[in-house]
Write a protein that binds this ligand. Sequence first.
Ligand SMILES: *Cc1c(COP(=O)(O)O)cnc(C)c1O
Length: 374
Amino acid sequence: MLPIQMVDLQRQYQPIKEEILSGIEAVLDQAAFINGKPVQEFTTDLAQYLGAKHVIPCANGTDALQIAMMALDLQPGDEVITPSFTYIATTEVVALLRLKPVFVEVDRNTFCMDPESVRKAITPKTKAIVPVHLYGQAAPMDEIMQIAQEYNLFVIEDNAQAIGGTYTSKDGTVKKTGTIGHIGCTSFFPSKNLGGYGDGGAICTNDDALADKMRMIANHGQSKRYYHDVVGCNSRLDTIQAVVLKAKLKRLDQYIDARRKAADYYDAAFANSRAIQTPQRAAYAGHVFHQYTLILHGVDRDGLNAHLAAHQIPSMIYYPVPGHRQKMFDSFGLPQYNLETTDWLTERVISLPMHTELDEEQLAYITQTVLSYI
Ligand SMILES: *Cc1c(COP(=O)(O)O)cnc(C)c1O
């Protein structure tokens, strides 16, 4: 059996090796390292894939979130609502911009932002909501957009884990995640569902004015060369990364299928275990399984992790400390949060290997090894 990894990028690379190497070679031959043709080509392809009017490439997913928030003209102390149960980048940029992060709960079964908790957190200072499509599954966007409309708030989707995922509205329209709110942000970190061979990110929007502004912010606030109208930053996608991403975007749906097949295998294998709760698939979502995350009931999680490791199977806790318990926010004078579901999940979740290259032999071995511990 082939060694099992959380993400197997070496094996995913083999069938696309020639296409990528020849594309990178062309970049090197032309020394087109910055804003080379593949950047524009990939940007156009991605806009078409997502069904978004504008895609703005940038240096990483954290920058994408930062640039999005910079474009909203918020004032220090304005409040931005985010789930506590997410990767730190979502909330960190809020604090970096001297805005106030306000943490809310997630749903216990889907791990995504709980709209009722959002409603309760709104104050006159609330300016934006940042739902996270965690582990590859869409947050309940109809409810979130409804609240945003009622209170005139911006919605920035953190789509770093869910590119290619879908959301079906109550009226039946199907959209790609990241294109439902005012702005969608994604990451091309190598282990993400559409990962480069280094850092990368993108922002999408259907709003022309916001697109212009975010393009300007990502490029030193520059309107024309050496004329800087607003304070911006320097955030670009490398040409070499665009070559890789262009090749992988063509195969993204195929990669998503492979992840879904692995998830189906896990679901079936654990269906009869009461100690293991498999990830709930919300009826409205086309889940793309960035992670396959279990909730353990009455199982010693550290023991399971050690048992798997002893059998050469990696497993991870995403994430061991929720946002509202991170030391970085100590100086923010945030209120004491009582986020019971977030704490409950934090103690019980465990993610199994999930990627495009898992074969049946590996999946059988992983599931049997998990079940032998339970
Ligand atoms: C990965 C990730 C980010 C940040 O992306 P980087 O490219 O690593 O900066 C933001 N939010 C979530 C939910 C992520 O998983």
